[in-house]
Design a protein. Sequence first.
Length: 113
Amino acid sequence: MSDMVEPEGWMTVPEVAELLGQRIASVHRALREGTMLGARHDNVIRIPTELVTRDERVAKHIAGVITLLRDAGLSPQASLEWLYTPDDTLNGTPAKALHGPKAREVKRRAQGL
């Protein structure tokens, strides 16, 4: 059983597309290809808000970690669980740590899976 915490918020595919200035089809493609993570809630795909950013530096870390988790064989659901399971040494979840000075540490840990 996972100790996963609920993400701070969720965005729909159209909301993500609008924020990033992309077409809805591009967001669906990213989800299919595993370069973006989402989950189905009430038959609607939603993406955690912490995993959507226009900050290129943070976006690079997020994309890198998602790739490492996929390469380690984790499913999208297992990847979300890993990203949202609190870690005391990160002072929160890996997803939150990707936005701060511990982003490289999160990538290192994902690489070690």
